[in-house]
Design a protein around this ligand. Sequence first.
Ligand SMILES: Cc1cc2nc3c(=O)[nH]c(=O)nc-3n(C[C@H](O)[C@H](O)[C@H](O)COP(=O)(O)OP(=O)(O)OC[C@H]3O[C@@H](n4cnc5c(N)ncnc54)[C@H](O)[C@@H]3O)c2cc1C
Length: 501
Amino acid sequence: MGFKQYYFKEEHELFRKSLRDYLEKEVVPYVDEWEKAGELPPEIWKKFGDMGYFGLTLPEKYGGSGLDFWYDVVYIEELSRCGSAGFAAAVTAHPYLSLSHLHHSGSEYLKEKYLRPGIAGDIHGGLAITEPFTGSDVAGVLTTAVRDGDHYIINGSKCFITNGVYADYLVVTCKTNPEAKSGGISLIVVDMDTPGISTHKLDKLGWKASDTGEIAFDNVRVPVENLVGEENKGFYYIMQRFELERLTLAIASNSASEYMLEYALNYMSERKAFGRPINKFQVLRHRVAQMSAEIASTTAFTYDVCKMYSEGVYCVKEASMSKLLSTELADKVAYQCLQFLGGYGYMEDYKMARAFRDTRLGTIGGGTSEIMREIISKMIIDDVSYQRSDKQNTHKEYTVEDIISTLPERFKAEKATNTQLTLHFIFTNKDYSVLIKDGQLEIKEGQVGEADCLVETDDQTYIQMETGQLNPQQAFMSGKVKVSDLGKMMEFGKLVRKLEN
Ligand SMILES: Cc1cc2nc3c(=O)[nH]c(=O)nc-3n(C[C@H](O)[C@H](O)[C@H](O)COP(=O)(O)OP(=O)(O)OC[C@H]3O[C@@H](n4cnc5c(N)ncnc54)[C@H](O)[C@@H]3O)c2cc1C
């Protein structure tokens, strides 16, 4: 158990045992068959739903179990030991890519129509962002949804979508305002039996048991009730959930690394060369030791990020780091472990060949390694901040009044000796004026004097920006904040320190 005992409690380990037993019985004996067929038996969704696996941490109100995030961690880890990452991908994409959006941003109507039956395993879904001409650049999606009375008309195409062929529904990113980049994207739930949809199953290097689809939308009519959250806020919702997507890939990769190493060690203890087991050759032993150390440290780091995530702490940077390190390590472990098996490693009869192919996806799916490095470097070099997760926030609950009242103490008076600036903040229910003159900052209720800059937003957005849950740049781009003079606003921004949560 080692360091893992510091993260998992007895109840998590009991769940692990029962889940492992279940998978050994219901999944492991059949994965070869499913890999060959390139699809899962449809009844597996209901079986998993009945076991409660799709709603471990989702609310009891919709049939979930309302458990803590460590149950999700156990679920993802154990799936990585089934011998088919394709299977694991299908039954994790449904809860963590599609249900999570419905849970966090869906209306009551969507929750009843898709979340509840999704948790029960009566239906299953996926998330369709990637398109033939854009993947990493999420804001560049070309699929459009144009309002026509009570419907959206969707046109465009998606590709590489997990569960994209056999899913009952997909949560689809569409441009609802083609002029705007990230601020023009919406999430819309699309029933896959709607006229105008055609799908094509893609042939892949690995992940064979999962259906990865290319989907064309030709004048597909979808009721406006199927909009997730608010129109044009889809990019924001996607960014919020990326934390979870990256963590699931990191957890899965670490567990896969452990599994591959265990598998190779077992082989190495039995295989003999030059009259002794190959696990006695020092060069191989040292490679094992090195990988074992790397897997342990990457796993421990990922668990720390899981802890942050489960406690509602902002962890975009750490989740991206974790995904980067864990998926690249799994790639290396797969390569080395296959080498340990010699010629048998290359044979389909041995599990390493499939693991080698399956692992390759880790550094590509859910944001490539290059994109992870891009995000991390922006955060540590350019001080960029992405949105916080909106769930279980441990931050103090603020009101607009609370935050506005902290401005004088956050004011960098030493930098404002020659500044004269008046800003009017127009919030949902109340307006404030912030007057800066002679190195002093004064706050007045209402709109007092002539403003150099008008800042118009709702209370929630302002609180989220000030507490670091929402990136101000994205808030401007998505139209959540309107600023009459961006230059003056930036000048003001430089004169106040960040709020300490
Ligand atoms: C099996 C499988 C399952 C998938 N499942 C889903 C799914 O369920 N839903 C979904 O929406 N998508 C899914 N994807 C798509 C996946 O998320 C994308 O493939 C991935 O994000 C990369 O996008 P792309 O393929 O368009 O590559 P591109 O964006 O075209 O990138 C090509 C190369 O250029 C590099 N690159 C791009 N931009 C930069 C940059 N700024 N700096 C440096 N390098 C850069 C990339 O890292 C990559 O190496 C899946 C893919 C696969 C293969």
